[in-house]
Design a protein around this ligand. Structure first.
Ligand code: NAD
Length: 462
């Protein structure tokens, strides 16, 4: 719309840069107080946050806490307790050529940051990157996804009513607003969403040589071997795949199952779905809906009815797709041509592990990869040969909750990482300083360049 394309965010960005340049945000105590404030605002308004996410997804209050707010609270708490250490000057050794002298690195905030969130975990994906942005001493503009409208409204209300926009501001909107924002000069852009839009963001960032972190998606393979504990494997796969209706960037996208256990595994998975979600998952409090009609249609089109061995029920009026298992899938099938991002679990059987590894390597680098096996050598081989963002042995998704593990993709699944110290690093520049003594000034740098000077130089620098 004409009115939307002319939105100009220059004033907002300028005001944040002016505020940043005042150095207020560099004070570590200020940063800690703002993180505490953010946590309090969220904690005091959980009812409002619950209500909004229920409207967007029918997501329960429990899941809102477990999969969204708990991670944000954890990251805030960790940043508060670690911040003084993270932001300290780091002393390093000085090389011989610069003695006497001292060398150190100063972590400094980048400046004005832009955080663009995705809709699938709307609170977590907009707020978890803001925590390190503020912890590192930046100002931030948050652009939540317009697809999860109620949660976007809730974040805008809570943040914009409680923070000065010079420091932290939520800008709501879709493509037009984001396009206008991206025309501004930021000091850091942190984007979560599809790889296609990731390219648009990176191109825009290139105009100002703005550093980016891109948290993108892809198809995350899940290997299951004959020696896996089938009961626990089925349980964990069902939880990870159907969490959030399959709309999780690190959900197991498809199963690569070793010949010999396919039937047993599928039976166990069916049993587990019935145990967790009952005969009618549409009535389950733990099964969320597809975000909108467009995604509903897209996912339904990926279901090849001939290959359905479980589920396959849909209700357009409710954006509902039941947990669905597809058997005898090939890499040529429609469901294998894009990230599913919905509750469909395709099975591809393999006999030769090298063939299976090659299939994965012939495609874009995954964001996550999971191996279910009791033989650690099998996992080691796969981890050695396939490049991917991060992964797990005998479990899925939970690696995200360990903030000691930097979270991010590689290649088409992303660039850079965050959570814990990695998040602080993503929003910081490490400024290197060498402070030289004035006690002596050896003549070696200066002409005449004699042989003995060259010999000494070799000793000093090599
Ligand atoms: P999306 O790319 O459609 O939207 C993400 C954000 O980009 C939104 O804020 C949206 O307003 C904005 N946007 C959309 N089109 C734009 C355009 N043309 N120009 C500028 N901005 C635009 O992604 P999505 O559908 O919200 O998310 C799904 C994808 O995100 C999946 O691939 C998923 O795997 C990935 N994802 C990755 C992570 C991760 O942490 N790596 C987390 C969640 C989702």
């Amino acid at each position: 719309m004409e009115t939307q394309t002319i939105i100009d965010y220059k004033e907002l960005v300028d005001s944040q840069r002016e505020y940043f340049n005042s150095n207020i945000t560099k004070d570590v105590n200020f940063r800690i107080s703002q993180l505490k404030k953010l946590k309090k605002i969220l904690a005091d308004n959980e009812d409002l946050l619950d209500e909004a996410i229920y409207k967007d997804f029918k997501k329960s209050s429990f899941e809102n806490y477990a999969t969204e707010l708990a991670l944000v609270y954890h990251d805030i708490n960790e940043a508060i307790s670690e911040l003084k250490g993270w932001s300290k000057k780091i002393s390093v050794a000085t090389n011989m050529a610069n003695l006497p002298g001292t060398s150190y690195i100063i972590p400094e905030p980048l400046g004005v940051s832009l955080v663009i969130g995705a809709w699938n975990y709307p609170y977590q994906l907009s707020l978890a990157p803001v925590v390190p942005a503020l912890a590192a001493g930046n100002t931030a503009i948050i652009k939540p996804s317009e697809l999860a409208l109620n949660t976007s409204n809730a974040m805008a209300k809570l943040i914009n009513e409680n923070f000065d926009e010079k420091y932290l501001k939520v800008v709501e909107g879709g493509v037009e607003e984001t396009t206008s924002l991206l025309k501004q000069k930021f000091d850091k852009i942190f984007y979560t969403g599809s790889s296609n839009v990731g390219k648009i963001v990176m191109k825009a960032a290139a105009n100002n040589l703005t550093p980016v972190t891109l948290e993108l998606g892809g198809k995350s393979p899940t290997f299951v071997f004959n020696d896996a504990d089938i009961a626990i494997t089925a349980k964990r796969i069902v939880w990870a795949k159907f969490l959030n209706g399959g709309q999780t960037c690190i959900a197991p996208d498809y199963i690569l199952v070793e010949k010999g256990i396919k039937e047993k595994l599928i039976d166990k998975i069916k049993e587990e779905i019935l145990t967790i979600h009952g005969e009618d998952p549409q009535k389950s409090e733990a099964f969320v809906r597809i975000i909108n009609k467009r995604h509903f249609e897209r996912i339904v089109n990926l279901i090849d009815k001939e290959k359905v061995v479980f589920g396959g029920e849909t209700d357009k009026s409710d954006n509902y797709i039941s947990p669905t298992i597809l058997e005898n899938v090939t890499f040529e099938d429609g469901v294998m041509q894009e990230e599913i991002f919905g509750p469909i679990l395709p099975f591809i059987q393999f006999e030769d592990l090298d063939w299976a590894i090659k299939q994965v390597k012939d495609r874009e680098k995954p964001l996550a990869l999971y191996v279910f096996s009791s033989n650690s050598k099998t996992a080691d081989k796969i981890f050695h040969e396939i490049s991917f963002g991060g992964g797990m042995v005998n479990e899925a998704i939970m690696h995200l909750t360990n903030s000691n593990l930097p979270f991010g993709g590689v290649g088409n699944s992303g660039m850079g990482s965050y959570h814990g110290k990695a998040g602080f690093d993503a929003f910081s520049h490490y400024k290197s300083i060498l402070s030289k003594s004035t006690i002596i000034e050896p003549p070696i740098k200066y002409p005449p360049f004699t042989d003995w000077k060259k010999k000494l130089l070799k000793i000093l620098v090599e």
